[in-house]
Ligand binder design. Structure first.
Ligand code: PLP
Ligand code: COI
Length: 339
């Protein structure tokens, strides 16, 4: 393999050597099968294509200084995929099968795990979709669960550099009693118009508001939102956002470094009171926000005026990545070594 420029990897797809696939038929899952093909054969009437019967996950493997590969909280991703499957009425992937497929694909693609200190990681993408043919709107009786990996750099290309975000009031990502809490493709399709409009305006992403009242912050494109004031980490409670594993972890880390935490509705006007704000997620890690523009209300909220991440965001970031790559003690029991 030609050596990759690990330090300058984009957050994008790159071919690796193997992926693994499991097939659900007659009420049973097959064992993971190894494939070297980047393609799948899809039935023209598969429910995954027509009715959005699909869900995915995203997690990362980190190379430690000790040469060991670490996975972060994979059980939480397995549980969330299980909930997403039920959310759009698909066959659920048992946790043990999820584990087997994820560990196998990492072991097979070991050479694609970016080196310690490069800032890059191996992104793991489990995907579940309805593969059985139906024309009426109903769940398929056959499913495919596959996992591929790809080495990635930071999602927002600025890395830990603060980014600008645009508040979106005329497009909703998910309805309160809809599918926003599930990691299903339809939510991402619904968010694209807003994300593209934000990008065209020079912003890194969109901040979605709650769809019902447009009063509260929901999330930041493909990441959760947090604000910090008075030594308190505050993050939205909402029925239409994805429960971020990174955010759940940051709530714990914040407590461990002596911060208070709150999970509650965040009115848009409270943006004026925060000392620091940021987006968090597997892909985004912690991305500090420099500026939030609310064009409909003619408001601009500014943070990080010196162009640098705020001190508490930086502390949270450093502790999170130190745990993930094995530089800090795994005090919460979040790490599994890939043997
Ligand atoms: N919100 C959305 C819509 C996402 O796609 C993601 C990414 O998975 C997140 C939040 C962050 O979640 P996690 O920290 O579990 O990756
Ligand atoms: C993640 O953070 O893992 C995501 O899934 C974000 C994204 C690229 C959809």
């Amino acid at each position: 393999m030609k050596t990759l420029d690990w330090k300058n990897l984009p957050f994008g797809y790159m071919k690796t050597d193997y992926n693994v696939r499991c097939f659900y038929k007659d009420g049973k899952w097959s064992k993971p099968e190894v494939s070297t093909s980047e393609y799948i054969d899809v039935h023209i009437a598969a429910t995954g294509l027509h009715y959005g019967q699909e869900a995915f996950e995203g997690l990362k493997a980190y190379m430690g200084k000790d040469g060991k590969i670490r996975l972060f909280r994979w059980e939480e991703n397995a549980k969330r995929l299980f909930r997403s499957a039920d959310g759009v009425k698909m066959a659920e992937v048992p946790q043990e099968l999820f584990r087997e497929a994820v560990f196998k694909v990492i072991e097979l693609n070991r050479k694609f795990v970016p080196p310690y200190g490069s800032g890059a990681t191996l992104y793991i993408r489990p995907l579940l979709y309805g593969s059985g043919a139906e024309v009426g709107v109903k769940p398929a009786s056959e499913y495919v669960f596959l996992v591929f990996v790809t080495p990635v750099g930071p999602y927002f290309k600025e890395g830990i550099k603060p980014v600008n975000m645009l508040i979106c009031r005329d497009i909703d990502r998910a309805a309160p009693l809809g599918t926003g809490t599930f990691k299903v493709g339809g939510n991402y399709a619904a968010s694209m118009r807003a994300i593209i409009a934000a990008k065209h305006g020079g912003y890194s992403s969109t901040i979605f508001l709650d769809a019902k009242e447009k009063k509260y912050i929901d999330e930041c494109g493909p990441a959760n939102f947090f604000g910090i004031k008075n030594n308190t980490y505050i993050t939205p409670k909402s029925e239409s956002i994805l429960n971020s594993i990174t955010n759940m972890s940051l709530l714990e880390i914040a407590k461990s470094i002596g911060m208070k935490t709150e999970r509650r509705q965040i009115p848009v006007e409270e943006l004026a009171e925060f000392e620091e704000t940021g987006a968090c997620g597997t892909a985004a890690v912690i991305t500090p926000i420099a500026k939030i523009v609310d064009p409909d209300k003619n408001k601009i909220y500014e943070y990080c005026r010196d162009g640098k991440p705020g001190p508490l965001s930086m502390k949270l970031y450093e502790k999170l990545i130190a745990i993930q790559c094995g530089d800090a003690k795994d005090e919460f029991g979040w790490i599994t070594i890939v043997e």
